[in-house]
Ligand binder design. Structure first.
Ligand code: 2P0
Length: 346
């Protein structure tokens, strides 16, 4: 038996502050609006993926969190096909660093998350970003890879970069201009902190992919949001990040989260991702900010009830105390992870 070629990489979760919700092309995963996110620190919420290739492997196989999954899943196949295509192209271009024999080898992929899968904590984002990055390393592919990660899961394209990242929706039908781009690097705003309040680690009742499909079909608010609200918000958000203007960043983040969940309610039948704990967290944040007469803390919620809190370093100890007072861990199973918005797939 020959020695397998093995590469292990990690990729962190990203948290959207301008949300992606809705596709104009299901297969290529092209969104109806641009979005913007903050990539977490490498050591916080992350996926670790190992890819091995060997002449002795009979077929491509994948294990997620220790359980073998179906490798024929179309999105997995898209990522594998695109990476192999790029590797073949590089080899055709005469790049000697590409191992020509390895190209025909089958892959075995093992991927694990250090956080609950499918609980609205962007597991598919870290998962597909990590898969694409690791496959690229194995096959010697470099350069722009966010367009391939996007074909695994839309939000995954943003986890290919660290810091503040926009996913530009693009205009082309072939998706070639629908790519992620770093707005500011991870070093840009070192005082910014992210807290995750886990209100529930259960699987979400409606997955993002089918949820957003129904929203596109039924919600007129979503159409209005994509066409008339998000374009302006993207500009304002990029400016707020560049100025490190926390109050502006926080207000836009909360408003965008609220509008995203409003489009879920406007979907027919409606989708409820927030629960009563989420609603209490929203009230608490507004009360806290009102108490100080300034916006010190912001919340955002994805396709699940878990709150992601943004604040500045100097406010973390007090705000954590306030949350622990109102949500004692023993009564709701709540748990905090603290994160820094730095780093990317490595
Ligand atoms: C986001 N979410 O921008 C938004 C906010 C959830 C709410 O991206 O179908 O798992 O794989 O492209 O990327 C979740 O959607 O969906 C998501 P697919 P994905 O982070």
């Amino acid at each position: 038996m020959d020695k397998p070629n093995i590469v292990t990489c990690t990729a962190p979760v990203n948290i959207a502050v301008i949300k992606y919700w809705g596709k104009r092309d299901e297969e290529l995963i092209l969104p109806i609006n641009s979005s913007l996110s903050v990539t977490l620190h490498q050591e916080q919420l992350k996926t670790t993926t190992t890819v091995a290739t060997s002449r002795s492997f009979q077929e491509d196989r994948i294990w997620l969190n220790g359980k073998e999954e179906d490798i024929t899943h179309p999105r997995l196949q898209s990522c594998l096909r695109e990476i192999r295509r790029l590797a073949r192209k590089r080899r055709g271009d005469g790049d000697p660093s590409v191992d020509s024999t390895g190209l025909s080898h089958k892959v075995h992929i093992c991927s694990v998350n250090n956080f609950p899968t499918a609980a609205g904590l962007a597991s598919s984002a870290a998962g597909f970003a990590c898969l694409v990055y690791t496959l690229a390393r194995v096959f010697g592919v470099e350069g722009e890879l966010s367009g391939i990660a996007r074909q695994g899961s839309g939000s995954a394209c943003r986890s290919m970069y660290g810091g503040f990242v926009q996913w530009i929706m693009g205009k082309k039908d072939d998706g070639k201009d629908s790519l992620a781009q770093q707005v500011e690097p991870e070093t840009h705003w070192p005082e910014l902190r992210i807290l995750v309040l886990v209100a529930s680690a259960e699987r979400k009742p409606v997955g993002s992919t089918s949820g957003m499909q129904t929203s596109v079909q039924t919600s007129s608010l979503l159409k209005h949001r994509a066409e008339s609200v998000v374009p302006g918000r993207m500009v304002e958000m990029i400016e707020a990040v560049q100025r490190k203007d926390f109050a502006a960043f926080a207000e836009l983040t909360m408003k965008d989260s609220n509008q995203f969940h409003a489009t879920c309610l406007d979907t027919y039948p409606p989708i409820f991702y927030l629960n009563s704990v989420s609603q209490q967290v929203i009230s608490l944040v507004h009360r806290y900010n009102r108490h100080y007469g300034e916006t010190r803390v912001a919340y955002t919620f994805d396709a699940g009830p878990n709150a992601v809190i943004f604040t500045l370093q100097q406010h973390v100890p007090e705000f954590v105390q306030v949350v622990q007072h109102f949500f004692p861990p023993e009564t709701n199973g709540g748990q905090f992870f603290k994160g820094l918005p730095v780093n990317h797939a490595a």
